[in-house]
Write a protein that binds this ligand. Sequence first.
Ligand SMILES: Cc1cc2nc3c(=O)[nH]c(=O)nc-3n(C[C@H](O)[C@H](O)[C@H](O)COP(=O)(O)OP(=O)(O)OC[C@H]3O[C@@H](n4cnc5c(N)ncnc54)[C@H](O)[C@@H]3O)c2cc1C
Length: 362
Amino acid sequence: MVVSSKLKSQVIDGGLCTGCGACVALANEGTARIIASAEGVIPEFSKDCELPELVWLACPGKGVDYPQLYQNHFGRLPTDWRVGHIDHLWTGHASDPAIRRAGASGGVTTAVLIHLLETARIDGAVLARQCITMPEQASWFIARTREEIVACAQSVYVPIAMLEALRALIPGERYAMTCVPEQSAALRVLQHGGEARARQIEYVLGPYTGTALDQRAIRSLLRANKVADDDPITSLKWRAGEWPGYLEILTGSGREVRSKKVYYNFLIPFFITQTSLQSMDFANEFTDLSVGDAWSPKFEKLGQGFSVVASRSARMTEVINELMEKRLLTLEQADVLEASGMHGHMIDFKKRGGYLRNQWRR
Ligand SMILES: Cc1cc2nc3c(=O)[nH]c(=O)nc-3n(C[C@H](O)[C@H](O)[C@H](O)COP(=O)(O)OP(=O)(O)OC[C@H]3O[C@@H](n4cnc5c(N)ncnc54)[C@H](O)[C@@H]3O)c2cc1C
């Protein structure tokens, strides 16, 4: 069976597609695209779509073989399956207060991306952001300046087909990319399978990822706040203001809707994506650098933004050390087990919960 038919019948129609965008990026020109559907962002193939077998191997909806990928990528299995292979782990934040405040939890990801660009390790960074022309939609964006990287700071809690951006890379250039866990794993499969554009991604960064929301959560929240469905959204920020931040939506009629993170978390049971339920990777195990909120009474009391920062490669640890020497990052070495305790609820939700949910679905 040709790969596009297999993906359509076994993954997309089966409700398993994560909308990562890898298949669209690797399809022959003009034969595949990402569409918004009731199931979220999914690919659509035309009859003449041709896809290499590697796309099937990399498809996170079909499922990536994590033990095999661990062997291929790290040369061994992880010693701790809850958080994956860790080279170094810290807690802390970006030293620049403006970057710290702009970031979702402490601005570490943004500070690292800026450093990669300014030390000419990369030519651009493939990042996520709420769309400027249509702020209700989120999309990938290739940032090439410090200002553009800062403009893409913050978390986007709706699905984005990040790997679709592979088709927009300029040959010969090197990039960083931010990915959610299933996208990082798919990207590594493509890289180890020799896919040239995937290999242009020199650094993979990404958030610890618990749950993402269906796009329809946004309008539901607005409706609950008596905002009309035809009132256009002019700006949307998921983590505005002081950490842990609030969702801020501005509309054409001048309405400002704000909801603290702890309150809009109540959208999760109603709008959680299928991918969040089926992915068993919380800590973004195939990144070079993964970052999460440092949820602990100690840091929450201090406020202003703190992150858990996990380097998974020696070359990323070198980058972080450079940033600490230049006082661009304020980090303290942390114990893996202690830091994992901050995310015990989500690790359980993914590792045991995901296992059980996938068994039932199977
Ligand atoms: C869907 C989702 C669920 C999350 N769940 C948890 C959780 O349960 N527990 C926890 O501790 N942390 C979670 N996080 C991570 C947290 O919200 C922060 O993203 C993380 O701590 C990094 O903070 P930072 O200040 O270093 O990032 P920033 O400096 O703000 O940089 C974040 C970077 O990630 C990119 N990015 C944002 N959203 C996406 C996306 N959807 N896909 C790809 N790239 C993206 C941005 O473009 C930006 O460059 C989640 C993040 C997301 C996107």
